[in-house]
Design a protein around this ligand. Structure first.
Ligand code: GLN
Length: 495
């Protein structure tokens, strides 16, 4: 066993805790120390070191009594979009800068009940709107990886869950929560060389997660490997009466079902995902992934998802439309920031003008426009119809295959500041993750290789709704075959 506890996987740490090779306090303290050492990454908006160490002492008491829970004492980062009781929850926005929720989100509560310990609230794009974690009011997050070609440039960790991904990649947290509306767990996982999972829409409760686009938002997981991500997802999943869109579906024991023969499994390769200008490294790793799955016994089939090219524009109507409605609640009266005006209307205007950043304002305006009388049918209703066609494409494809293999993102991590003045370019970065989001399907990214700059690239596995088991099995087999072991230099700094 390594003496650097921040390099362990969850499964290894649980085993060692059980054998009393180290204490929960020791495990948590090492991660807290690393969080403090790596503050320049700006991965956290709020650190909760004191509460974490106190919780670890309780974990030690439980372990001593033989009452260890499934994820006892595992230090995690909590995306600052999950409301946490008595702990500031900002959603990366100035408008919620002083918001202390009086309640706990269902997912964070479930994680606590499983024994995990949150060491802090992770930075994110404002209201989870973004793909680079550069729209946060609390500043950009730095990816722990650096390009070999431009070693002085700080890179984005992806977004919106950039703080969560950077924390796991750097070994600050053993796992983290994310949310995924159009790719916010999968794309940062790809940029940071870790595993990121978005389950089926309805698998996890959205109760207590600050809403962005309610018909798309799902809780997600970051972890160092597939097994750990399965352990985390199981703890987070399940029906919740407080969220009518959470589904009364049984939660399988994902981690126990991972290791399974791929013989007979059909892996679909969607031909429309070969987009123009895709870097050769990405084409190569995609082909390598397919051939490794074939070697593992799977059958590779070409499939067609003909409406793929409409997915990004459709998403950028539906998500802003829902966001404009969800964010109407920030009016300076009930939550957070308030800028007093001469009357109520001016108070709204001043509060919202100061409280929201540029990207959030852009989306509120796009959304309000698409929902306004005269444009509703031309944009919003049309987008809903295309969303249905995109979902139907997947239904057809899953007659021919059991899982789908694609690249996760069309590039590796880029420099902080790059693309910031070009929202369309930024939006196109979601081209491979958005279709599954619109269809409500589970998807996950696993790290596959390093590109010609020495930066990680992920591969995405998408499965049928509720078939996370099938997704995890394919991902696990691929992970074994890829044997990706690279780590950023910062992850090797002992805490
Ligand atoms: N990058 C996408 C967006 O900006 C997805 C964000 C997300 O999944 N939260 O909307």
């Amino acid at each position: 066993m390594t003496s650097d506890l921040t390099r362990l996987t969850i499964a290894q740490a649980l085993e060692s805790l059980r054998k009393k090779e180290f204490s929960a306090v020791e495990l948590v303290t090492r991660h807290v120390r690393k969080m403090e050492q790596l503050r320049p990454l700006n991965a956290f908006i709020t650190e909760t070191a004191e509460q974490a160490v106190a919780a670890a002492a309780e974990s030690d008491a439980r372990i001593a009594k033989g009452e260890m829970r499934t994820l006892e004492a595992i230090p995690i980062a909590m995306k600052d979009l999950f409301c946490t009781k008595d702990i500031k929850t900002t959603a990366g926005s100035h408008i919620l800068g002083n918001f202390i929720p009086p309640y706990e989100s269902t997912v964070s509560q479930k994680l606590m009940d499983s024994g995990t310990i949150s060491i802090g609230k992770a930075n994110l794009d404002e209201f989870a709107m973004g793909g680079s974690n550069t729209t946060s009011y609390y500043g950009p997050v730095e990816n722990p990886w650096r390009s070999e070609k431009f070693p002085d440039k700080k890179l984005v960790p992806g977004g919106s869950s950039g703080g969560s991904a950077a924390a796991v990649a750097a070994g600050v947290a053993m796992a983290a929560t994310g949310t995924d509306t159009g790719g916010s767990t999968r794309q940062p996982a790809s940029f940071c060389g870790i595993v990121g999972v978005k389950p089926t829409y309805g698998r996890c409760s959205r109760w207590g997660i600050v809403a962005f686009a309610s018909s798309l938002d799902q809780a997600g997981v970051f972890a160092k490997n597939v097994e750990d991500s399965a352990l985390m997802l199981e703890a987070m999943s399940g029906h919740d009466v407080k969220d009518t869109t959470s589904a009364p579906q049984a939660v399988p024991n994902f981690a126990a079902l991972l290791k399974h023969d791929l013989r007979g499994v059909r892996v679909g390769i969607p031909k429309e995902y070969r987009v123009d200008g895709m870097p050769q490294d990405i084409i190569d790793v995609w082909e390598k992934g397919a051939s490794l799955l074939k070697d593992a016994g799977a059958e590779i089939v070409e499939i067609s998802l003909p409406h793929t090219k409409y997915a990004v524009p459709t998403y950028y109507i539906i998500a802003p439309a829902e966001a404009s409605s969800n964010l109407a609640r920030y009016d300076g009266v009930r939550y957070g920031l308030r800028k007093e005006g001469k009357d109520l209307a001016e108070t709204y205007e001043l509060t919202r003008a100061e409280g929201f950043g540029a990207e959030v304002k852009r989306r509120i305006m796009i959304g309000t426009y698409c929902l306004s009388a005269g444009y509703y049918d031309a944009y919003y209703t049309k987008a809903l119809k295309i969303r249905r066609l995109i979902a139907n494409d997947f239904t057809e494809a899953f007659k021919k295959c059991d899982v789908i293999l694609t690249p996760t993102a069309p590039s590796s991590a880029f420099a902080i500041g790059e693309n910031s003045d070009d929202p369309i370019k930024m939006y196109l970065g979601d081209v491979f993750t958005i279709p599954a989001s619109l269809a409500g399907l589970p998807g996950m990214s696993i790290p596959a290789t390093l590109d010609d700059q020495g930066l990680p690239l992920g591969l995405q596995i998408i499965s049928r709704a509720w078939d996370e088991v099938g997704m995890f099995r394919a991902a696990y087999a691929l992970e074994q075959a890829l044997n990706f072991t690279a780590k950023p230099a910062l992850a090797k700094v002992a805490a």
